[in-house]
Write a protein that binds this ligand. Structure first.
Ligand code: DGT
Ligand code: MG
Ligand code: MG
Length: 304
């Protein structure tokens, strides 16, 4: 390309490559959803249609970007996780964040009508999302991040469930319910729900209590190994995962041969994206699905 006298402006662009060998979390969040959910009359405290729509859009993002290894969603937010070995867009911050935000938003709007057939979108009340990337150096940090989001989900959902039950079923004003809940702990809220309304919080739907976790279900025949990954023995994994956690230096995809990279991409693309509503704080979730942290379908973390 010929140089023009204008080309010097390129030098104004700032590099924004994210630290190598770290977990990249891109969290997106609905902009002004407090107002948007009122406008389209979302059910309180949880609207299943809204969560299904969030999950459907997130599944499309996972399908579109095979480098993503796991995602977690609650309320109007979703966290998408890239493995430390990810080299997508040379790990450029803005490219990663804007691609995820726009892909997610496009699918959210595209599928709106399927989930909210009675309330079509009207301009200017259109859903939009912001996004940011944060990097985490260890698998422990990543798991603590995921735990943080799921604990947040639990705390908010217990509060919102109790608050809206007091208002909608108990006939209390918003201010009175808020006042009564001030300073209460989890057990107090459980008791209010149970004693006053006969609601056992444990029986509430998992999708509300736990949020939604998306990952690729690796089919062992696809991965070319003959053991069931889903049933891999937790005991042996524990020590392998622990040893791997701090010391691993995952081979960046860029250091693999072209054909190895292509094979890996194909496997990721072929793997089914699962939507689950389970505990991701305890070890069990990760031990039973070792490929999420290993980043290589069909291999255990120790083999990484
Ligand atoms: P932001 O993120 O600073 O632009 O502002 P908001 O308004 O999006 O606030 P945020 O993200 O902290 O809180 C999410 C809002 O979305 C909160 O007001 C509750 C609402 N929301 C999310 N899911 C549901 C739902 O299923 N039903 C109802 N009624 N509201 C929901
Ligand atoms: Mg928001
Ligand atoms: Mg939010």
């Amino acid at each position: 390309m010929a140089n023009s006298k204008y080309e010097y402006v390129k030098a104004f662009e700032q590099p924004d490559v994210l630290l190598p060998n770290t977990w990249i979390v891109v969290r997106i969040d609905g902009r002004g959803f407090h107002k948007l959910t009122d406008r389209y009359a979302f059910k309180k405290p949880n609207d299943r249609r809204a969560l299904d729509l969030m999950n459907a859009a997130a599944v499309e993002v996972m399908k579109d970007l095979p480098d993503l290894c796991i995602a977690y969603g609650v309320s109007d937010e979703y966290s998408f996780v890239f493995h430390p070995s990810c080299q997508l867009f040379e790990r450029r911050n803005a490219k990663l964040v804007t691609t995820i935000v726009s892909t997610f938003t496009a699918h959210y709007i595209y599928q709106w009508g399927t989930h909210f057939p009675e309330t079509p979108l009207e301009s200017p009340y259109l859903p939009s999302f912001d996004g940011r990337a944060v990097v985490y150096p260890t698998a422990r940090n990543l798991r603590d991040y995921m735990s943080w989001r799921q604990v947040d989900c639990h705390i908010n959902n217990l509060y919102n469930t109790t608050f809206w039950t007091m208002v909608l079923q108990g006939g209390m004003s918003n201010t009175d319910a808020e006042q009564e809940l001030k300073g209460t702990v989890s057990s107090d809220k459980n008791e209010i729900l149970f004693k006053r309304f006969g609601i056992n919080y444990n029986n509430e739907e998992e999708v509300y209590k736990k949020g939604s976790v998306l990952y690729r279900q690796v089919n062992s025949s696809l991965a070319g190994c003959n053991y069931q990954l889903e049933d891999a023995k937790a005991g042996s994994l524990e020590s392998k995962a622990a040893a791997d956690e701090e010391s691993s230096s995952p081979m960046p995809d860029s250091k693999m041969s072209r054909s190895q990279q292509d094979k890996l991409k194909k496997l990721r693309r072929k793997a089914q994206v699962v939507v689950d509503h389970v505990d991701i704080i305890k070890d069990e979730f990760w031990e039973r699905r070792p490929w999420i942290l290993s980043g290589k379908p069909g291999t255990l973390p120790a083999d990484a």
